[in-house]
Design a protein around this ligand. Structure first.
Ligand SMILES: Cc1ncc(COP(=O)(O)O)c(C=O)c1O
Length: 392
C-alpha cells in the first residue's frame, strides 16, 4: 500500500550488495535446472575445523545460551591481544564483535559525525563506502589504479583531502584486488594520516590469506597506534563466516564508543560463539588447519596460472593475487562493460562472477573470480571464461 510515511533518505544512496544479487541469480538458475558454476562468493569452501564446532556445541551444552559479556569474554580478548602485532590491552583496547562487518560499523559509529568525509580506495569492498553513507558521512574515492598495483599513490590520497576528512580506510590483503603493500607504503600512509590528524581504519580480515610474504598489520607500527583502528574477524582465516565472530582493536576512546554502539544494537556476541572463537584462536591444531586452507588456495592460484599459460593469445589479463582469495580479471580490452561481461558469462558460459564495478567505478572492465571454490569448479569455470573471452 502506497503511503508517504517518512523513510531514511540515506538508503537512496546505497545499492543492495551486488555480490549477493549475483549469488541470488545463480541460485535461481540452478533451481531452474541450469548447470552453472558459481565463482562469486567470498566464503571459504572449506568446513569450519571440527574442534571449533565441538567447542561451540560444548559451550551450548554447558549452559552458555544466555547473554554474555558485551565486551567479550576476558579469555577471548586475551587470546586476541596475544595474536596482534603489537601489545594491546585486552581490558581496555579490544572489543569482541559480530564479525568483521560489525567491527567496522562500530568503528565508524565511534568516530563519524554527519558530513565528515572518509577516504576510500576505488575499487574496494562496497560495504566500506556504504557504511559511511549510512552514517551520513561523505565518501571520497581515491583511485587505486591497476598500473600501480592497486595501491593509491600518496599524491592521490593527498589530492582527496578536504577540511572535512576524518579517516581513511584500507584493506590489505585487498578484496577484490589481492593487493598487499610493502612496509614503506604503509609507513608513508600512516605518516600522512598522522600529519592530517586522520584515523586509519584497517580491515585485516584476509590477514592469513597470502601467497608470498606474510602481510604486515598496521598495528605493527607502535608509534601510530593512537590513530589506528584494527578491524578483524575469524571468518576467512578459519572458514567461520557463518559464526559471525570478529573484533576491534583500537585506542580506549574508540573501544568505549564502540562498546556503547554494540550494547545498543546487538547486546553481545553469543557466548557459545565467543567460546568457539577463543578455541579457534588458541588451539594449535586449528592453526595447522588454517595453514592447510591457505595452502589449498595457493594450489588453486597456481592451477589458474597454469591454465592461463595454455591460452597464449587470451584477451584476458591475469595477474596472480598477492593475497585474499580472488582473481581480479582484467577484460578491459573487450568492448563491453563489466556488468555486460558478467551477464554474458553467466548466460553463455554458465559461470557466475562479480562485476568489477561492484567495487566502484575503478573496477570497470574487470571481473572478480573467487578461488574459494573447489579445484574442479575453479578449473572448469576459469577455462569456460577464457574460452568465452577468446570468442569475443
Ligand atoms: C574486506 C572485507 N571485510 C570484511 C568482510 C566481512 O567479514 P565478516 O564475515 O567477518 O563480517 C568481508 C567479506 O567478504 C570483506 O571482503
Amino acid at each position: 500500500m502506497a503511503n508517504n510515511l517518512p523513510l531514511n533518505r540515506q538508503f537512496a544512496h546505497i545499492q543492495q550488495s551486488p555480490t549477493v544479487a549475483v549469488s541470488d541469480r545463480m541460485l535461481a538458475l540452478k533451481a531452474a535446472g541450469r548447470a552453472v558454476i558459481s565463482l562469486t562468493a567470498g566464503d571459504p569452501d572449506f568446513s569450519t575445523p571440527d574442534g571449533v564446532v565441538a567447542a561451540g556445541i560444548n559451550a551450548m551444552r554447558s549452559g552458555l545460551t544466555h547473554y554474555g559479556p558485551s565486551r567479550g569474554f576476558p579469555h577471548l580478548r586475551a587470546a586476541i591481544a596475544d595474536k596482534l602485532a603489537a601489545p594491546y590491552n585486552p581490558e581496555s583496547e579490544i572489543l569482541v564483535t559480530h564479525g568483521g562487518v560489525h567491527a567496522y560499523y562500530t568503528a565508524l559509529q565511534s568516530i563519524l559525525n554527519p558530513g565528515d568525509a572518509v577516504l576510500i580506495p576505488d575499487p574496494s569492498w562496497g560495504t566500506h563506502a556504504n557504511m559511511v553513507r549510512l552514517l551520513r558521512g561523505t565518501v571520497v574515492s581515491v583511485p587505486a589504479l591497476p598500473e600501480e598495483a592497486f595501491l593509491p599513490k600518496l599524491q592521490a590520497w593527498q589530492a582527496a583531502l578536504t577540511p572535512e576528512t576524518r579517516a581513511l580506510v584500507i584493506n590489505y590483503p585487498a578484496n577484490p584486488t589481492g593487493a598487499i603493500p610493502p612496509r614503506d607504503y604503509l609507513k608513508a600512509l600512516l605518516e600522512f594520516a598522522a600529519q592530517h590528524n586522520l584515523w586509519v581504519i584497517s580491515d585485516e580480515v584476509y590477514e592469513n590469506l597470502y601467497f608470498n610474504e606474510k602481510p604486515l598489520s598496521v598495528g605493527a607500527f607502535p608509534e601510530h597506534r593512537n590513530h589506528v583502528i584494527l578491524v578483524n574477524s575469524l571468518s576467512k582465516t578459519y572458514a567461520m563466516t557463518g559464526w559471525r565472530g570478529g573484533y576491534l582493536a583500537a585506542p580506549n576512546a574508540i573501544i568505549e564508543n564502540a562498546l556503547k554502539a554494540s550494547q545498543n544494537s546487538i547486546t553481545c556476541v553469543a557466548p557459545f560463539i565467543q567460546e568457539a572463537a577463543a578455541f579457534a584462536l588458541t588451539d594449535p591444531a586449528v592453526q595447522t588447519q588454517a595453514d592447510a586452507m591457505r595452502a589449498g588456495y595457493a594450489h588453486r592460484r597456481a592451477l589458474v596460472m597454469r591454465i592461463f599459460e595454455e591460452y597464449e593469445n587470451s584477451p584476458v589479463l591475469v595477474t596472480p593475487p598477492q593475497g585474499a582469495f580472488y582473481f581480479f580479471l582484467d577484460m578491459r580490452v573487450l568492448s563491453m562493460c563489466a556488468d555486460e561481461i558478467c551477464e554474458q558469462l553467466l548466460e553463455q558460459a554458465g559461470v557466475g562472477l562479480v562485476p568489477g564495478t561492484a567495487f566502484g567505478p575503478g573496477g570497470e572492465g574487470f571481473v572478480r573470480m573467487t578461488i574459494a571454490a573447489s579445484d574442479e569448479d575453479v578449473a572448469t569455470g576459469f577455462r569456460a571464461i577464457l574460452e568465452w573471452a577468446s570468442r569475443q
